[in-house]
Design a protein around this ligand. Structure first.
Ligand code: AMP
Length: 368
């Protein structure tokens, strides 16, 4: 079997790693000659909307999938015209490329989301404030990631300036959710509609970028855990999603509030490589190829620490007992994800010392 992936970054690299033991060969399309997945997969170097590049990556593939949600519509159309299945289906992309459609979908499923209003010009600001109030966060509806394309609005009079800062149109203004912590839920859904739900995890961000995931989310009560899992499954079902998706959530005193959907394997699921019975990457490969899903249970407790900005010394990381180091082979740059380290232990209390050491090394690397 052969899998084609649009995008050749670290997510595609880890998908290719999961595909290899199953005897599934992988081709990636990525314009960057030195992309992470190019080290272990066949690599077509071309733009995502390049018809010839799309034809070449899809040649001989049983299915085409993607590692990022901003796949150009033209790419999906070209592949569809050639009769190559693209999974997850295009609906997963069109809904999740637009924060407004994403929120509409979730609200329609009875999932709590932050109050929001759409802003398509300066005249909409007053109505948005009347509906949502302040403080809030103004976001671009499309193409935002890792906290980019967002402005916090502390008081009502700040909204107009924020609107012009973000281009004046195609914006969404959300009420600020007062959360205790951030969570996410990763779900795999197979071609037969079966789902495998990973336990919800706790995520800590720094500068808008995921810094650390603790799995399963410590001390999450049964009702919130069930609600988080319901959100993941219902979103996957509503999109008829085949593959892995992630929903980012807020844990509030009044319950779970959903923030956004990623229609793909997710950074907050990296812990599953060592920490779950079947990784999110393997389950995505299984799902899009129509194979049975694997068990999504945790093997115990896990912590995943992102390496961002620069690389800590490899020997120092490996000196931490139980550290599983993943280096993406990317050039260091401020705010860029370069790798991650996972620790697995029988319980959360056993992660302590090693986790502190990995976090200290990662923090230092983030700052340099
Ligand atoms: P996003 O790009 O929507 O994932 O937002 C990035 C980060 O901004 C989230 O992980 C939260 O920490 C914060 N954030 C986004 N939306 C809200 C909101 N409505 N209320 C409070 N915090 C938010």
């Amino acid at each position: 079997m052969r899998l084609a992936i649009l995008g050749g970054g670290q997510l595609a690299w880890m998908l290719a790693q999961a595909a290899e033991p199953l005897g599934v060969s992988v081709a990636v399309l990525d314009p960057a000659p030195d992309c992470a997945a190019g080290r272990i997969a066949d690599h077509v170097v071309a733009a995502y909307d390049d018809p010839d590049g799309l034809d070449r990556v899809a040649e001989g593939a049983d299915v085409v999938t993607y590692e990022f949600e901003n796949v150009p519509a033209a790419a999906v159309t070209r592949l569809a015209e050639r009769g190559v299945p693209v999974l997850p289906f295009p609906a997963s992309l069109t809904v999740t490329q637009d924060r407004a459609r994403e929120k509409e979908l979730m609200a329609g499923l009875g999932i709590r989301v932050a109050p929001y209003a759409l802003i398509d010009g300066p005249d909409d600001a007053a109505a948005a404030l009347a509906a949502v109030g302040a403080p809030g966060i103004l976001k671009t509806r499309r193409l935002g990631y890792d906290g980019k394309g967002q402005v916090r609005v502390a008081a009502p009079e700040g909204l107009t300036a924020a609107v012009s800062e973000l281009g004046g149109t195609d914006l969404i203004y959300e009420g600020l959710v007062r959360f205790e912590r951030e969570l996410s839920v990763v779900v795999a859904r197979g071609a037969d509609g079966q789902t495998a739900v990973y336990p919800p995890v706790e995520n800590e961000h720094r500068d808008g970028i995921l810094a650390c995931t603790i799995a399963p989310a410590p001390d999450l009560d049964a009702a919130k855990r069930a609600e988080a899992e319901r959100v993941g499954v219902e979103v996957a079902e509503a999109l008829d999603h085949i593959g892995v998706l992630c929903v980012e959530l807020f844990d509030t005193p009044d319950g779970i509030v959903a923030n956004e959907i990623a229609p793909r394997v997710h950074n907050s699921g990296h812990w599953t490589i060592e920490g779950a019975v079947t990784s999110q990457f393997e389950n995505h490969v299984r799902a899009v190829l129509g194979l049975p899903l694997g068990d999504a249970s945790a093997r115990g407790a896990a912590a995943m620490v992102n390496i961002v900005g620069s690389e800590p010394d490899l020997a120092e990381l490996l000196a931490v007992p139980g550290a599983h180091v993943h280096r993406y082979g990317k050039a260091p740059r401020g705010g860029r994800k370069l790798g991650h380290v996972t620790l697995v232990a029988p319980g959360h209390g056993d992660l302590g010392g090693p986790l502190g050491r990995v976090r200290a090394l990662a923090d230092l690397a983030w700052e340099t």
